[in-house]
Design a protein around this ligand. Sequence first.
Ligand code: ADP
Ligand code: MG
Length: 253
Amino acid sequence: MSAHKEFILTLEGVTKSFDGFKAINDLNFYMDTGELRVVIGPNGAGKSTMLDLITGRTAPDVGKVEFGKDTDLTELNEYEINRLGIGRKFQTPSVYVDSTVFENIWLSLEGSRSLWSCLFSRISSEQRDRIHEVMKTIGLVDKADTKAGLLSHGQKQWLEIGMLLAQNPKLLLVDEPAAGMTDEETHKTGELLMSLEGKHSIVVIEHDMTFVRQIARKVTVLHQGHVLCEGTVDQVQNDERVIEVYLGRKKKA
Ligand code: ADP
Ligand code: MG
C-alpha cells in the first residue's frame, strides 16, 4: 500500500438497507486522485445509491465512506460534502431556463451567490474569463447569450456539467449523462469527460456500452450492491460473472 497514490475516495464494508433490502451490500470501492472511473451494472444494482452515500443524501448502516486521506463523509451533511468539492450531476438536467448559458455559469461560480446578488453586482474580469473557460470546455461559447431553455437536451446536460465545473470540484459524480442523447451528443459528452480527466476525479455511471468503451479507463461492475468485478472494458465484458448477470446465462465455451 505504501507506494500507492492517495485515494480520493474510499468506500469500505459499506451496507445500506431499505426496509431490510440491501441496496448496497458490503461494498468496497477505491478511486485514485485524478481518475476517470466508469461504474456499470444492471438496473437496481445500487449505482445511484452509491452516489447518495458519497454525497450524504443517505447514510450507510455500516462501513467507511472517506474523501481523501481522512475526511469521514458519514459525519457530514449534503451541504458540507458539497462544500468540500464533491459535485453531483443528476440524470435530469436542472438549469435556469430563463437565464442565458453565460448567466447560468455565472450563478454557479465558486462562492455561493444568488440570482439577486448577480443582478446587483458587477462581474469581474476574472469571473468573465472563468465563465469563458468553462463555456469553452463544454463547447457552448457560441451559445453564451442563448437562454438555457432553448438548448437541446444534450446542450443542457453539458451546461449542467459546466455549472458543476464552475465550482471547481475535486470529485465529480455524473449519473447516466448520455441518457436521451443522440449518438453524436453522446460522443461529445465522452470527449468532454475525457478532457476533465486528471484535473478532476470523476465517477461516471453509464449504461451505453459504446460510450463506456469510448471513455473507459477502469470499469467497475456493480451487482446487488457489491462490486462484481473491475478491469478494462474488455476484461469486464469477457468476465463470466458479468456475462451471466447481464445475459442470465453462462458464456458458451
Ligand atoms: P441503480 O442506480 O443501479 O439502478 P439504485 O441505487 O437506484 O440502482 O437502487 C438500488 C435498489 O435500492 C433498488 O432496488 C431501489 O429500489 C432501492 N432503493 C434506492 N433508493 C431507495 C430509497 N430511498 N428507498 C427505498 N428503496 C430504495
Ligand atoms: Mg440509477
